[in-house]
Design a protein around this ligand. Structure first.
Ligand SMILES: [Mn+2]
Length: 360
């Protein structure tokens, strides 16, 4: 097998991070890995498949390289990821442990994955920022903040997991890449693209999937473990949401869902249960913009999704204190659920020309 130190330039066509900078950061990263004894990997809070998959994929190769590695998650992660190799090694912080001053003590290298701002690790951000460890951020969200020594960030990747794969591929870590690491990273890639239904039009994504399959990923089993693992309560919750909590505004090509605190209780909501509800309205012919408003304990949690060029990252930043990607963004509101949905509908009117004339 030919050992390539860096990826050929042609593979980095269409990337948003300049080739030279990418290779430079990669080299620094590799040097730091070699120098470090203790390495900690941190996903964002409420980590999703990409955050956990990326963290585990990296954890596995670093462990095999002989490093003392730990994954510290700011909060719990969804049950549908609890079959992943080594997931039982993840240290999950809670209310009691998140303020533990020793969490990043004696760490040489701190690696943040799948987030672009310190606020995404809110409960431990001060300890992360204050740690004397060398810091690296690996991410694919737009406009990353500058809070690490190395920033490997490129929005052209489907997922952080795809980017982690290329970092492994182009460094000394390649030797240690195995089916466990590939399975974790594939899970990140698959979940961040809705199983290749969005955010996956770059041919490189499929090149990477091919390499992961060569390494031993069972893609059918991975799909089944992640997507066919709902509780009966969650299935009935989805039925209730589709029947009673979905509002469709066909002339504005928009649909939205609202969920009350009482709904969550009635259906015995578990962490992650509402994960994909936001995509439901996009399954209706002609709908290109969808939103979900969930009444949480102290605020309304919001997610937006769109098809094509309608930019929900900008929409959320402008009106709902949030952000994310062009086609997927989060947000929040601190007025009641009813006031929030009313505000949304009235803001929607100001986009009526754009939405009415939108072709997809
Ligand atoms: Mn991601």
């Amino acid at each position: 097998m030919i050992f390539t130190v860096f990826l050929p330039v042609y593979l980095r066509n269409n990337k948003t991070m300049p080739v030279n900078k990418f290779q430079h950061e990669l080299k620094l990263f590799e040097e730091r890995v070699q120098l470090s004894k203790k390495i900690v990997i941190v996903p964002h809070f409420n980590p999703d498949g990409d955050a956990i998959g990326s963290a585990l994929g990296l954890y596995i190769v670093l462990k095999k390289l002989g490093k003392n590695v730990e994954i510290i998650s700011p909060t719990i992660y969804p049950d549908f990821l609890k079959w992943l190799p080594y997931n039982n090694k993840i240290r999950v912080l809670g209310k009691k442990t998140e303020s533990d001053p020793s969490i990043f003590q004696d760490v040489d290298l701190l690696i943040g994955v799948d987030f672009n701002a310190l606020s995404r690790i809110d409960n431990i951000k001060d300890r992360f920022a204050g740690s004397s460890a060398f810091k690296v951020l690996i991410d694919h969200h737009p406009n990353p903040e500058n809070f690490t020594d190395i920033l490997i960030s490129d929005t052209s990747y489907s997922s952080t997991a795809e980017l982690v794969f290329e970092i492994i591929e182009a460094t000394l870590l390649k030797k240690y890449f195995d089916s466990d690491s590939a399975t974790a990273l594939y899970t990140g890639l698959m979940t961040d693209t809705g199983s290749f239904s969005f955010n996956s039009s770059n041919p490189n994504t499929f090149r990477v999937v091919g390499e992961m399959m060569k390494a031993g990923v069972d893609k059918d089993k991975t799909y089944d473990k992640v997507y066919n693992s709902f509780s009966v309560d969650r299935m009935r919750f989805m039925g209730h949401v589709m029947l009673n909590r979905m509002v469709v505004i066909p002339e504005l090509k928009t649909g939205y869902i609202y969920i009350t605190a009482k709904d969550r209780k009635s259906f015995n909501e578990q962490f992650g249960d509402t994960e994909n509800f936001v995509n439901i309205p996009l399954g209706i012919k002609g709908i290109i913009f969808s939103a979900i408003f969930i009444e949480r304990d102290n605020f309304i949690k919001i997610s937006f999704r769109s098809k094509g060029s309608f930019n929900v990252n900008k929409f959320s930043a402008a009106h709902f204190n949030g952000g994310g990607h062009i086609n997927a963004a989060g947000g929040e509101s601190h007025v009641s659920l009813h006031e929030t949905t009313e505000k949304f509908v009235s803001i929607l009117q100001t986009y009526s020309e754009e939405l009415k004339n939108y072709e997809y």
